[in-house]
Write a protein that binds this ligand. Structure first.
Ligand code: FAQ
Length: 331
């Protein structure tokens, strides 16, 4: 999948873009390949900034998947019924698998998995804002599985057509699984929304809680986004934050309203002339606080990952010690 093509970090190797600098001729060739729709592979020359941006974005995406397993994961033991439990377990396992695919894709750019995990648990790296909120009820898990996965799919389907081969291939595989999550989440929401008064209330309250973080999920408005221009120039990002938010509103607001559920934004409506959704700006100060470590669950989420790292150390050490002798089972 990744072509076994890890980059060499040998500073004497002048083909390595990290030391060669951005030679204008190579840059022009690179940009011509991007314009022609070529995929860039790990051993190909790439501008330093392209590599840096990809590492940042893929790494944050990987962290989002592994931390994203936590809010729903806490409901595995409390899922209502055996079938829901099985489906939720499979979904959570998929999310962790997505993190593995994405860490592997990011590693092809020269940052080790260990460094990425250390940057996550030290709080240096970001991950998606939404996973810093608690899942208080089963209704929260239904809303996450339907609408966060819906948002993730919009983003990932677009970016799977991008320029970096290993990331695009990982996204294609991830999207196939996410579309199953979306169906599972939709089924859960429909079940609750068409159930008893109490079930309806449960899912309505969850939707009201999750709407502002979902609006934040697509990132700051295009005017405030710092990376979009560079990322779109090199086809890493294939749609702007506002375009993805609009696409989400277009696809999901009608479905939510069809279920008779309400959204906590009195200004939300589609402008029939422009074809665009109008909405109240979500609280961007809250967004900034949450993505910079000060959300309701940031500390708890990182504490769980830290614990997993510490408790899993012996497994990693055992796997790395290829010459160690272990007792062979007799039967
Ligand atoms: N959360 O200049 P921009 C999932 C940061 S996967 C946190 O607009 P950019 C699966 C941004 O990093 C969900 N931080 O940035 C699942 C930057 O900070 P920096 C994750 C955010 O890169 C479902 C600063 O703000 N998906 O859900 C967020 O052009 C259910 C300025 O922003 C991906 O990661 C945010 N929402 O656009 C799992 C997809 N938005 O780095 C379990 C790949 C922005 O300078 C259960 N990533 N920031 O310190 C992307 O497409 C882009 O990176 C964006 C942001 C669109 C997220």
């Amino acid at each position: 999948m990744y072509g076994n093509a890890y980059i060499e970090n040998d500073p004497k190797n002048q083909n390595n873009s990290l030391v060669a600098g951005d030679d204008p001729i190579k840059l022009a060739e690179f940009e011509a390949r991007i314009a022609a729709g070529d995929k860039i592979e790990p051993k190909d020359w790439m501008p330093t900034e392209y590599r840096k941006q990809l590492i940042r974005m893929i790494e944050q995406h990987a962290h989002s998947e592994i931390i994203g397993a936590l809010p729903e994961g806490t409901w595995i033991t409390r899922a209502p019924g055996f079938r829901r439990k099985l489906a939720l377990m499979a979904k959570v396992q998929d999310e962790v698998g997505h993190a593995q695919l994405l860490y592997s894709a990011a590693e092809t750019l020269g940052k080790s998995r260990e460094d990425m995990i250390n940057d996550l648990i030290s709080g240096k790296s970001k991950y998606s804002n939404v996973f810093n909120y608690p899942a208080f009820t089963w209704g929260d898990t239904a809303v996450i599985a339907w609408l966060i996965d819906a948002g993730a799919i919009i983003n990932q389907v677009a970016n799977s057509k991008g320029s970096y081969g290993p990331y695009c291939r990982a996204l294609e595989r991830i999207c196939a699984e996410e579309s199953f999550h979306l169906k599972y989440g939709h089924d859960n929401v429909v079940f609750l929304a068409t159930g008893s008064k109490k079930q309806r209330q449960l899912v309505q309250e969850a939707l009201t809680r999750w709407w502002p973080p979902i609006m934040h999920f697509f990132g700051p408005s295009d005017k405030a986004s710092i990376h979009t221009e560079t990322l779109m120039r090199w086809k890493v990002k294939m749609a702007t934050n506002d375009d993805m938010r609009q696409q989400f509103l277009d696809m999901y607001v009608p479905k939510i309203w069809d279920l008779g559920l309400e959204l906590p934004d009195p200004n939300l409506k589609k402008n029939e002339i422009t074809g665009k959704w109008e909405y109240s700006e979500p609280d961007w100060n809250e967004f900034k606080r949450v993505i910079n470590g000060d959300g309701p669950c940031n500390k708890e989420r990182l504490a769980v990952r830290r614990m997993a790292e510490e408790r899993g150390r012996w497994v990693r050490e055992a796997l790395a010690a290829k010459d160690a002798r272990y007792v062979t089972p007799l039967a």
